[in-house]
Design a protein around this ligand. Structure first.
Ligand SMILES: [Mn+2]
Length: 325
């Protein structure tokens, strides 16, 4: 573990840019916010850079003007940090390349990049990795609320609310500590999991209708088509988490969600299919995702294919069949 080297580098840096992977989730953003707020409290000049709109579920974490969406040309930093980022292709657009890059992550499937990497695959979340760094830098036993709240959101999101197999007694103690610091469990759960716009429930109803059970009921497939999104008035942000409904079924070992996704390429649009995968526990879905060119964790993984929905479905079926045999 090179936590000491990371701490040394953080202490030696004054102008720091903190960012996270594209389409940030609560772990990515919460880790960046918790880290940047602590570093700022040490007197450092820290900017948080997220060059795309945030999911509305995460807005409650962010203070006014806390995030910048653009950088001045030629702006210089001593250190650039990205949290929860498992591959260089997931880096946000416009990240300065002339400063050393520190990568903080917990993904098992990780494509090495950056100048300094702190990755702990045992950690439930990048938020937990950040907490370890802050402890080494003198975070009080009861952390300040502004640091506790985003890190708590990170842990809650990546453990499914302290439910997944990654949750241990240590995770619970960590949660207790962040709550002692002022993180609010109901506020967090409500914002992350329950503040649905009506379109999202309509999307769920339409997606449930697509359910198909394959491979003797061991594989559940759900689909999100552009037609469904248009019909229900839902947008892409609302698709997150729908795959979990497939995993709820008795006998299902792997749940998959096929999601038609438009990618802007210059002035034309390409239609890809994203595949999200969830395991009930026995199958390592990261191996399925890697076989399909993606990555992730044992219980949650994904990939993106330049294929039609039908082709993606065929590729998925054969990859899952292989993993089940
Ligand atoms: Mn994460």
């Amino acid at each position: 573990m090179n936590r000491e080297r990371v701490v040394e580098r953080l202490e030696a840096s004054q102008r720091i840019l903190c960012s996270c992977h594209r389409r940030p989730d609560a772990d990515a953003l919460g880790s960046a916010l918790g880290l940047s707020r602590f570093l700022r409290s040490m007197g450092k000049d820290v900017k948080v850079y997220v060059p795309e709109p945030l999911s509305p579920t995460l807005e409650y974490l962010v203070e006014p003007d806390e995030i910048v969406g653009a950088l001045a040309p030629g702006e210089r930093f001593d250190l650039v940090i990205v949290t929860d980022t498992a591959a260089p292709s997931l880096l946000p657009k416009g990240l300065p390349s002339d400063a050393p890059l520190l990568v903080i992550d917990h993904h098992a499937a990780h494509e090495p990049f950056g100048d300094l990497v702190l990755r702990d695959v045992e950690a439930t979340s990048t938020g937990e990795v950040v907490l370890g760094i802050l402890d080494a830098m003198g975070l009080p036993e009861i952390p300040p609320k502004r640091v506790a709240e985003p890190l708590y959101a990170a842990v809650v999101a990546d453990t499914g609310g302290f439910r997944y197999a990654s949750t241990t007694a240590k995770t619970m103690r960590l949660g207790a500590r962040l709550v002692e610091g002022g993180a609010e469990p109901w506020k967090t759960a409500r914002n992350l999991f329950e503040e649905w716009p009506p379109e999202r429930l309509r999307l769920l109803a339409a997606v449930i209708e697509t359910l198909a059970l394959e491979l003797d009921g061991k594989l559940a497939i759900l689909e999100v088509t552009r037609e469904i999104l248009a019909r229900t008035g839902a947008d892409d942000d609302m698709v997150e988490g729908l795959v979990n409904y497939g995993r709820m079924l008795r006998g299902v070992e792997v749940a998959a969600l096929l999601w038609e996704f438009d990618v802007q390429e210059g002035d034309r649009t390409r239609r890809d299919v994203k595949i999200s995968l969830r395991s009930q526990g026995t199958v390592d879905v990261s191996t399925i995702a890697v076989a399909l060119g993606g990555g992730g964790h044992r219980a949650a993984a994904g990939t993106q294919l330049q294929k039609t929905r039908e082709e993606a479905r065929e590729a998925l079926l054969s990859a899952v069949e292989k993993a089940l045999s």
